[in-house]
Design a protein around this ligand. Structure first.
Ligand SMILES: [Zn+2]
Length: 151
């Protein structure tokens, strides 16, 4: 799952719905007398500012649902929407850079110029794998491509 699985329209809808909701932060409350509820006030022990009352039908009498609603309150939801948009921007910029590197005549960027080679350190006679670019194998460019291929 990546942020790119959300369309820009979906993120806009989530943001619009979130901005229309009571600002928050939200807090979950439980009492032994009444139903769990969510409030936008701290110490709202009597539920005078409750935003939602949660059904007590689940096994835990709705406590997990109240905690979930409060945890995904508007400030948190807006941060998640912003983070998803940022991830999409970074992914798009990265794709453009990778495409440019693949098509570039700039030789360090071309993947075919990055291959593993045995390297022997003459002072210690230790052998290791290095990339043709001189970095330890796999070099950052190869690691990057491996990350992309893992999707
Ligand atoms: Zn390399």
């Amino acid at each position: 799952m990546t942020a790119s699985e959300f369309t820009g329209e979906q993120l806009d809808q989530l943001e619009t719905a979130t901005q229309a909701a009571t600002a928050g932060p939200w807090h979950p409350y439980f009492t032994t007398q009444g139903d769990p509820y969510v409030s936008d006030r701290e110490n709202d022990m009597r539920g005078m500012h409750r935003l939602a009352t949660v059904a007590t039908s689940p096994e835990d009498y709705g406590r997990a649902n109240a905690i979930h609603m409060a945890a995904f309150d508007p400030p948190t939801a807006l941060k998640l929407v912003a983070a998803a948009r940022r991830e999409q921007q970074l992914a798009a910029a990265t794709s453009r850079l990778v495409e440019w590197l693949r098509n570039s005549s700039w030789s360090p960027g071309r993947l075919e110029n990055h291959e593993p080679q045995h390297h022997t350190e003459l002072s210690t006679m230790k052998t290791s794998m290095i990339c043709r670019c001189g970095e330890v194998w796999p070099c950052p460019l190869v690691q990057f491509h491996q990350t992309l291929d893992a999707d």
